[in-house]
Ligand binder design. Structure first.
Ligand code: TMP
Ligand code: ASP
Length: 241
């Protein structure tokens, strides 16, 4: 199959149908714009399975995604879209770069969900954008930014409920969006422990509670076990629906 694009965590292949692409999830892990590299054994299968389960569920909540079908433990088919070069981060609790840039203490509950836009450009270090910059750089129209913000907030409400039932606090997460041929905005990429901060409500200790890629970023150990635990809880949640 023709490889269309290889990213840090996934490879995109063309299929016989021009409207359909195949996404292959890799075990490779990177952090800090690929300055830190490694592997998380089984991550491809875990992230593919979690993303598929969450996208199926989000579709039921009325959110349009690019997801079609999981065809193997680490492979899914998706609708072909043109990715908007924005990383859309929704934050409920202060962590990561928000703490570094604002001085807010890690774990501070935000008074309302914060939607941050970053330029999807590794070479530039994914800089934080303003709506003016988005407009001037022609990354998206104001109407598209408004729509994306609305969808991102709805996804946040859905995911907060979903993870609450898994005894997991959704701290923050990153979304990407794409446009189909009709110009419709579809949720794209993945939703997994690579792209979310997830804290275990059953653990009070600030290190033990981390169930996401921060275990890899901060060398906290037991990375695989955390990813498997999220998959287990997500699958038992979708089974119980
Ligand atoms: P940040 O605090 O480093 O800005 O990250 C916010 C959220 O976005 C966190 O859940 C991790 C996720 N994220 C990605 O998925 N990809 C990235 O490249 C970065 C920087 C963050
Ligand atoms: N995904 C990004 C990278 O590989 C950053 C991160 O997740 O921390 O560098």
């Amino acid at each position: 199959m023709q490889k269309l694009y290889e990213g840090k965590a996934k490879i995109l292949y063309q299929s016989e149908d021009p409207e359909v692409l195949l996404t292959y999830f890799k075990d490779d892990a990177t952090a800090f714009n690929a300055q830190k590299k490694g592997q998380i054994k089984g991550k491809g299968e875990v992230n593919c399975t979690i993303t598929a389960a969450i996208y199926r569920w989000l579709e039921k909540q009325g959110i349009s995604t690019h997801f079609i079908e999981q065809i193997a433990p680490n492979q899914m088919t998706v609708k072909s879209v043109k990715i908007i070069p924005l990383e859309v981060v929704v934050r409920n609790i202060a962590s990561g770069s928000l703490c570094k840039q604002t001085g807010l203490e890690e774990g501070t509950l935000l008074s309302e969900p914060l939607v941050d836009f970053y330029l999807k450009d590794d070479a530039l270090g994914d800089p934080l954008l303003t709506s003016e910059r988005i407009r001037i750089l022609n990354l998206a129209s104001q109407e598209q930014v408004n729509k994306i913000t609305e969808i991102a907030k709805k996804v946040n409400r859905c995911l907060q409920d979903f993870f609450l039932c898994c005894d997991i606090t959704l701290v923050d997460f990153k979304l990407e969006f794409g446009l189909n041929n009709q110009g419709q905005i579809l949720l794209a990429d993945e939703i997994s422990p690579d792209t979310c901060r997830l804290w275990d409500m059953r653990q009070k200790d600030s290190k033990n509670r981390v169930l996401d890629k921060d275990r890899f970023r901060k060398d906290l150990g037991d990375v695989e076990a955390a990813y498997y635990e999220v998959r287990k809880r997500v699958l038992s949640r979708v089974d119980s629906l």
